[in-house]
Design a protein around this ligand. Structure first.
Ligand code: HEC
Length: 205
């Protein structure tokens, strides 16, 4: 998957409606190179670096120490504790992952996430550079805001033990996935394929 830093594929100003649990919120794309979002973007990148590594490490460790079946129960981000707020820094309010191809329907994207997923999907299908980072502001123009930073997640070979072709999954894994996730669509991946996005949300101080 190709990536490009910063502004590479800045999509301009798109205003749309974002569905949240309660009511839909308008969202706006922000140029990741915009200095007013520097602190949010940098903090988002740091958190996503950490969470991305933790996700892979957690899966590897669980597979090695307790076996795949246990790893299915712990995967992923389930026990994640949000970083403590730091004075003067944007406060992290959520860390989530989602995809166009879901295993757990609870990870369904809302409209703002869907828009981020579609930008990446179109770039991949159009043979364009995938934006390294996407930034959104959600909320009415003068109201309280949520800021979101997104990054694409790619599969590693270890991911295929649970997201690979059905016929290559271990029977025990297949059976747990079948019973826990009857609507599972997140199979048949190959290594280094686009899998979805990580999203970090912030509230500005
Ligand atoms: C041990 C099995 C296992 C492995 C290995 C695994 N996953 Fe998953 N994955 C799951 C399960 C189970 C879920 C559903 C989690 C939930 O209930 O939210 C899931 C969900 C996801 C989701 C959320 C969207 C959805 O489909 O619900 C993403 C993104 C994801 N996995 C990416 C990865 C990546 C990237 C890797 C490799 C680094 C990986 N997974 C390795 C079991 C696994």
């Amino acid at each position: 998957m190709k990536t490009c830093a910063g502004l590479g594929l800045f999509i301009g100003l798109i205003v749309a409606r974002a569905a949240t649990d309660s009511s839909p919120l308008p969202f706006t794309w922000i140029d990741p190179a915009d200095p007013t979002v520097l602190a949010i973007r940098e903090s988002g990148e740091r958190v996503m670096d950490r969470v991305g590594h933790t996700m892979v490490y957690e899966v590897e460790r669980a597979v090695m120490e307790q076996g795949l079946s246990h790893a299915i129960a712990i995967s992923h981000l389930k026990d994640l504790v949000l970083p403590r707020p730091e004075a003067g820094q944007p406060r992290i309010t959520a860390i989530r992952h989602t995809s166009l191809i879901l295993r757990n329907p609870a990870n369904q994207p809302d409209q703002a996430e869907q828009a981020a997923l579609e930008i990446i999907n179109s770039a991949i299908h159009g043979g364009l550079d995938v934006p390294a980072i996407l930034v959104q502001r959600l909320g009415p123009p003068n109201g309280p805001s949520e800021w979101r930073v997104y990054r694409a997640i790619t599969t590693k070979p270890i991911c295929l033990q649970c997201h690979g072709p059905l016929e290559e999954l271990l029977p025990a894994v297949r059976s747990i996935l079948n019973s826990k996730y009857p609507e599972d669509k997140a199979i048949s991946y190959t290594a280094y394929q686009w899998r979805g996005v990580l999203r970090v949300s912030f509230e500005k101080p």
